[in-house]
Structure formats: structure tokens, C-alpha cells
Design a protein around this ligand. Structure first.
Ligand code: PEP
Ligand code: MG
Length: 325
């Protein structure tokens, strides 16, 4: 099987009937770039910037961030790198942000909510991302968007950052693509309107499952209830993808579900443009794509949408064994 995976790295992620899906890596530091490339990642679909902000007394300054983002841009010169702005919250306290203790950190002061409040921290990051965009195909993505107001506000601050750089004579890509994570059920419900404001969506299934099912993604005791294939989750995913298609914007998936080979027929049937995952899962997902046809996926998906229970869904997807690890 090892040799098989080795061979697949150089082959395209294309179905038996010629439909291709872009495969990207989720990474948290530039040290993971080599592994991503070795596993056949065509780009970075999610750069989690929050790790740069953790375990320190001050947030990383503009130059420090710029250096990291520029390295990403230069590594994937021909491809794309999606940089997600700070996605942090009360579960990962950072002294300099002075986040008070909260009863429900996952429903609290976090991610874009902090950034729209602490525009000093947000602008430093946006300026670094913009400056790096002069060196390669960088896209910027905002996490935890739950309303139109938030995306409009985030875009306004991005625009202000561009204006500052313009006045300083600094180079950046004025047409930098802007995307949002769809990971809060409210965003999935608003997907048609939100699609008019951005260039792409990336569905964050980790949080979308947690918030849709009201199941803490870290709580062992209810782990059996954390079900990415719950019909409610599938409905929200479908609604999001259909809204994106209708408005003509690019749509990807970057939660753990993207790395589950058993979900491939669902993505193919929906016409997902990009799957971004932990590098080590890329070869397996690619192998699954290469075994799948668009026609078969569509008939499977139409059965899937009629399912009412987990058992029915698992039957349709052929889950007789747990996902390979
Ligand atoms: C997600 O929520 O699906 C996601 C990709 O983001 P994170 O796991 O970093 O919350
Ligand atoms: Mg998330």
C-alpha cells in the first residue's frame, strides 16, 4: 500500500469521468510545507495563523508575520495560499488580549469577534498579509463569520489597511481574493447573501458540526454524538455549496471531513472545487477520487439526501469500517 501511495503523489486528483478536485493542505507553520508538498498538496487551503500568536507576551509584529506569509507565497508561487486571520478564543487564553474567563468560550469572544474589536491586532495582520500578497498568490480568509455585518466590517478594515499601504508606497495585490469560513450555522443559512460579498467559501466542518448539533468537539463523553454525516449537517453543506454555485464563487471544504475518503462521493456530487486537509490524508483522498465517477456520486448523493438517520446514511456511504487512520 505504501508503494501505491507513493505512486499516486504524481497523479492528478481526477474522477474516472474526468472531473478534477483541487487538493490542498491545512498547515499551522512553514515547517509543515515540505510534508505538504511531499504528500502532493497542490496548494495551502488553510494556514492557521493562531499558532503564531500563542505562548508569547506580545502578538507577533507586522515584520514577523510578513516574513512567514511571504515564505508561504514564495513556496507556492504558481498555486494559492489561503491565510486565515486570527482564529483564537477563550479556550486558548492569550494574556496580551486580556480575554476574560467565559462560561462558554466557544460561544464567546473569539476569532473575527476579537479582530473587529481589536482593530490594532487585526490591522497588523492584514497589513502583513497584504504585503506578502505582492510575492505570490495569497488569498485572505475570515473565520467564524455569522452575519453580513461582520463580513462588511472585516472588508472595510481590509480596505483601510490597503489605503495605509498605498499611502506608504508599499506593494500589495489590490485584487487579493477574499473568502470566509462557513462554520457557523447562521452563515450556512445566509450563504446566498454572503456569497455576494466574497470570492470564495471554505466550509469548516469541525466547527459547523459542533455548532449545528450543539456537541462540543472536544468533549469525550458526547463524542459519539459528534457526527459530520448527520442529516442536518449535510443539509447545511448542500445549501452552502448550492448558494456558492449559484453566485459563481469558488467553494472548498477544510474541516477534518475533507480528509475522509468515504466522503469523496458527496464532494464529487456537490461539485466541490477544493478539499483542504492534513497533508498525510491527501494520498488516500486522491486515491478515492480516482476510483469515483461523477455519475455514480450523483446517484449516491440523491439517496443520501433522503436519509433520516445516521444508520441510513452510513448504509448509503458504505460505512462498514471506521475511517482509515
Ligand atoms: C473548522 O472549524 O472546520 C476548521 C477547519 O477550523 P478549525 O479546526 O481551525 O477550527
Ligand atoms: Mg473552525
Amino acid at each position: 500500500e505504501m508503494a501505491e501511495l507513493c505512486k499516486i503523489k504524481s497523479l492528478p486528483a481526477v474522477t474516472t469521468d474526468g472531473h478534477s478536485i483541487h487538493l490542498a493542505a491545512n498547515i499551522s507553520s512553514t515547517r509543515e510545507l515540505d510534508i505538504a508538498v511531499q504528500n502532493g498538496a497542490e496548494s495551502v487551503g488553510l494556514f492557521r495563523t493562531e499558532f503564531m500568536y500563542m505562548d508569547r507576551i506580545y502578538p507577533p509584529n507586522e515584520m514577523e508575520q510578513f516574513t512567514v506569509y511571504r515564505e508561504l507565497a514564495q513556496t507556492f508561487r504558481e498555486k494559492t495560499v489561503i491565510i486565515r486571520t486570527l482564529d483564537i478564543g477563550g479556550d486558548k487564553p492569550m494574556d496580551y488580549l486580556q480575554i476574560p474567563e467565559e462560561d462558554n468560550p466557544f460561544l464567546g469572544y473569539r476569532a473575527i469577534r476579537i479582530c473587529l474589536d481589536r482593530t490594532d491586532v487585526f490591522k497588523t495582520q492584514l497589513r502583513a498579509i497584504l504585503r506578502a500578497s505582492a510575492f505570490g498568490p495569497i488569498k485572505v480568509m475570515f473565520p467564524m463569520i455569522s452575519s453580513m455585518e461582520e463580513i462588511v466590517a472585516a472588508k472595510r478594515i481590509l480596505e483601510e489597511s490597503k489605503q495605509e499601504l498605498r499611502e506608504e508606497g508599499q506593494a500589495f495585490n489590490d485584487d487579493i481574493p477574499i473568502g470566509i469560513m462557513i462554520e457557523v450555522p447562521a452563515a450556512a443559512a445566509m450563504a446566498d447573501f454572503l456569497a455576494e460579498e466574497v470570492d470564495f467559501f471554505s466550509i469548516g466542518t469541525n466547527d459547523l458540526v459542533q455548532y449545528t448539533l450543539a456537541v462540543d468537539r472536544m468533549n469525550e463523553q458526547i463524542a459519539h454524538m459528534y457526527d459530520p454525516y448527520h442529516p442536518a449537517v449535510l443539509r447545511l453543506i448542500r445549501q452552502t455549496v448550492e448558494a456558492a454555485k449559484q453566485k459563481g464563487i469558488h467553494v472548498g471544504v477544510c474541516g477534518e471531513m475533507a480528509g475522509d475518503p468515504r466522503a469523496v462521493p458527496l464532494w464529487v456530487a456537490l461539485g466541490i472545487d477544493e478539499l483542504s486537509m492534513s497533508s498525510r490524508t491527501i494520498p488516500r483522498v486522491k486515491a478515492a477520487i480516482r476510483r469515483t465517477s461523477c455519475a455514480d456520486s450523483k446517484s449516491l448523493a440523491s439517496q443520501l439526501y433522503l436519509c433520516r438517520t445516521k444508520a441510513e446514511i452510513e448504509g448509503v456511504l458504505g460505512f462498514d469500517s471506521p475511517p482509515p487512520t
